[in-house]
Design a protein around this ligand. Sequence first.
Ligand SMILES: Nc1nc2c(ncn2[C@@H]2O[C@H](COP(=O)(O)OP(=O)(O)OP(=O)(O)O)[C@@H](O)[C@H]2O)c(=O)[nH]1
Ligand SMILES: [Mg+2]
Ligand SMILES: [Zn+2]
Length: 343
Amino acid sequence: MAARALVAGVFGAYYHVLPFAEPVAGETGRRFLGERFKAKPRGKLRIEYGEKNAGYNKLRETLLAIGDTVEIETDAHNPDTYVITAVDPRRNEINRASFGRQQCLAANVDGVLVMSSVRSPEFNLGFVERCLAEVQIAGADVILIVNKFDLLKGAEGKPADTDAANEKIFAYYEKIGVPVFRESIMGGLSPQLRARLTKGTWLLLGQSGTGKSTLLNKTLGVDLQSVGEVSLIDKGRHTTTNPALYYGKANPDLILIDVPGLREFGMHHRDAQAIRLGFPDFTELQCRFENCLHLKEPGCAVKAALEAGDIPEFRYRCYVSMLDTVGENFKPRKGDYWRGIRK
Ligand SMILES: Nc1nc2c(ncn2[C@@H]2O[C@H](COP(=O)(O)OP(=O)(O)OP(=O)(O)O)[C@@H](O)[C@H]2O)c(=O)[nH]1
Ligand SMILES: [Mg+2]
Ligand SMILES: [Zn+2]
């Protein structure tokens, strides 16, 4: 029998899927049956998927990602495992490049929670900037969470101007419309952040150790319905790099996707024109040339704004360093399709 499901875990050779429950009259939002199942894509699937989604480049090498909605069927020969027979086109997808390969971290997200911290680890501007650009290119909402503010109190050995410099960065993000939440997640979410996280599918994106799993635990609570390694939550330490999707039984409308153990967030999979579009505060300015990369072109409004101090130095420097890495070392390997590689 065929059913519809959400891809909720990626484990190399197979996936975890959460079948949707029949909609209840008068209720909005998706409901799940509650159990997760092992599933494998039917061999023919990749070819069919490619034909249906002509917009995708060489889609036969694309595989499924967390957040894909799929059609599943039972397999008479293998009752423990469902067969994935079809995949819906994606509304958006968040990718990163790592070791010269592109990895699709999640598809069909409403927003991304970019997670960072002020101490252990220190605020990593480059990482955060690349996440913000990727989310902008993908076309999803973004929120910046700066965690571990509790560690600032009485912190010794660090000059206070690091924090003043960080505050200038946060203030600029707020000015260009990126909400910034200053948090100490271990002691609980701020009421403002909690009020913001009531529904939707959110990807948690941040360097290892910034507190993503802690946020997940505090937000979704004890009756966590998990798809993925539960031990990962218990220990609060990453044990794997498999992304997984979670929701609380009390509120299946709020879904969080955790990607553990990210050490780098490469943008080599994007070209220069895509990077350009990742900076909305730059594109809203009127350069002489529509596709201006704001480097040495005449009549560049971004360079003018930089000189006038309207665009801060840090922002422009991050942009230029991102342009420096595009396409560099980007060699996807065939056979790695299950990781979300394409091109
Ligand atoms: N001081 C302080 N420590 C925190 C806070 N939130 C989380 N931590 C600690 O930071 C460490 C890392 O937290 P995790 O939630 O495992 O971080 P993560 O982002 O999931 O890390 P990866 O799974 O490796 O990507 C843990 O020891 C947490 O207890 C906080 O608000 N303040
Ligand atoms: Mg984690
Ligand atoms: Zn320009």
